[in-house]
Design a protein around this ligand. Structure first.
Ligand code: ADP
Ligand code: MG
Length: 482
């Protein structure tokens, strides 16, 4: 299977370059044209070589991933934090009541009211707010006061009684050292956040102080990672769900582990299960096995968390566009694209969004019209030839295929480690998984290479509102036990 795939990729590359060699109309200047095509084929080959994860490389990373999972559960630790989430029971489907939930994922902040009606039935109301860069990187207290303002506005809009006490689940998707289900210290900011005075502090205390200032009687009964929320939301419907994965602004996963396998666990009860927030974005920060290119290094060097979250930087929505931009800009600099002419916008960091890659990959028109519009109208490149646009499209493809294969390794690692290759459900949330064309099929190809026929036993489901519903559910589970 693996070999067949490798051949497929190689053929795909050559086939696509020959395709436009033969389709191009003949011109009198055919010698220089064929030289140009040869040069293009060479560029594509070089790009492919840098970004392709071969079947044997896939195996190597997969085995190392499992090792790092295991090491992360011991007192020694590993590149993945493997944080016990202080959650021992999963949703049974019978939870009832009305709860508030907050979701801070990276790009948006959401306030959600979750009505649990039992028998797996849920109703929600929600409102989205945009967190400005100024708030993300400014004073921490202002950031949390802003969250309290949003809750206040939400309660007004949905005519909720502000004098009543509400239980709230807070989905806070950054590395947190969990102290209990309802407290935890922020270990570090990721995904472009750097608000001051928050690292090392208890997130629940900070947000409750902001609620108090606004006169809101809200008790945070659960502090949750979005991966955990996503998994729990799915377990409300499907008892086979063993993991929650985020493929959005950032990437991370949570899964159900046996407490007896967590040798670093110091709690008294060593029986049963425990949800682990892996913080898998940190996998292999030492770059022992990850196939980093010069573009990945360049991205990392100019990021605000240099040297950290290397795996996340190769997979998630915040970064895929930027990797592509760096690769394209490099070719322009070498005068191999756009006649050597670029725009100020294209040269600006993070201006080429992952969403544009989606558009380009979805563009199947013969002259790549939509790609032209992304490059020329949005990115302000003065001129692109069809050949240029084909090269850009191929770069988008290889960057996204690599991301899909790397994230598949993570899921394969979990499923294999906990012995669920005979059947399990993985709950997935995030715009990259939801909206990027072919993303899940490309992940599936990697599962097939790793597991053959057994790949079919891994069921991936999009769990859209995992972080909102999940946080409400965990608040419900937690209020039962508190
Ligand atoms: P969050 O991670 O903040 O909860 P999302 O799951 O919506 O939010 O992910 C947002 C990320 O998804 C952004 O980094 C954005 O670049 C990316 N994204 C948004 N739309 C698309 C799309 N159509 N295709 C690929 N990526 C997208
Ligand atoms: Mg999210």
């Amino acid at each position: 299977m693996g070999l067949a795939w490798a051949a497929g990729v190689a053929l795909g590359t050559f086939a696509s370059s020959t395709y436009f060699l033969s389709r191009k109309p003949r011109s009198p200047d055919s010698i220089s044209e064929s030289e140009e095509n040869k040069a293009t084929a060479q560029i594509l080959e070089q790009i492919d070589r840098q970004f392709t994860i071969t079947p044997s490389k896939l195996q190597e990373i997969f085995h190392y991933f499992i090792k790092e999972m295991e090491r992360g559960l011991t007192p020694e630790g590993s590149s993945m934090k493997m944080i016990p989430a202080f959650l021992k029971s999963i949703a049974s489907g019978s939870e009832m009541g009305s709860f508030l939930a907050l979701d801070l994922g990276g790009t948006n902040f959401r306030v959600v009211r979750v009505l649990l009606e039992g028998q797996g039935r849920i109703r929600t109301n929600q409102k989205k707010f945009v967190v400005s860069d100024e708030l993300k990187t400014g004073d921490g207290e202002k950031l949390f006061d802003f969250f309290a303002d949003c809750v206040s506005e939400f309660m007004k809009e949905f005519s909720m009684d502000v004098k009543e006490t509400y239980s709230l689940g807070f989905t806070f998707s950054f590395p947190v050292k969990q102290l209990s289900i309802s407290s935890g210290l922020l270990m570090e900011w990721t995904k472009g956040f750097s608000a001051s005075g928050v690292v090392g502090k208890d997130i629940v205390k900070i947000i409750e102080a902001s609620f108090q200032k606004k006169g809101l009687k809200i008790k945070v009964t659960a502090l949750v990672n979005d991966t955990v929320g996503t998994m729990i939301a799915e377990t409300y419907k499907d008892a086979n769900c063993v993991a929650g994965v985020i493929l959005g602004t950032g990437t991370n996963a949570a899964y159900i582990e046996k407490v007896s396998s967590i040798t670093k666990w110091e709690g008294e009860d060593k029986t049963g299960d425990m949800v682990i927030n892996m913080e898998w974005g940190g996998f292999d920060d030492h770059k022992k096995v990850l196939p980093v290119t010069s573009y990945d290094l360049e991205l990392d060097n100019s990021s605000i968390n240099r040297g950290a979250q290397i795996y996340e930087k190769m997979i998630s929505g915040m970064y895929l566009g930027e990797i592509t931009r760096l690769a394209v800009a490099d070719l322009v600099r070498k005068k191999l694209l756009f006649g050597g002419k670029i725009s100020t916008k294209f040269e600006t960091r993070y201006k080429f969004e992952t969403e544009y890659m989606s558009r380009i990959e979805r563009d199947h028109s013969s002259d790549l019209n939509d790609t032209k519009s992304v490059l020329e109208d949005i990115m302000e490149i003065p001129f692109t030839s069809l050949q240029d646009r084909r090269i850009v499209k191929r770069i988008c493809e290889v960057v996204a295929i690599r991301a899909a294969r790397l994230s598949a390794i993570g899921i394969a690692g979990i499923t294999s480690k906990i012995g669920r290759l005979h059947g399990c459900t993985i709950a997935i949330d995030g715009s990259v998984f939801e909206r990027y064309p072919h993303f899940s099929n490309r992940m599936r190809d990697a599962f097939v290479e790793l597991f053959g026929m057994q790949a079919d036993n891994i069921r991936m489901v999009l769990t859209g509102d995992g972080s909102g519903v999940g946080a409400g559910l965990i608040a419900a589970i937690a209020s039962k036990t508190q």
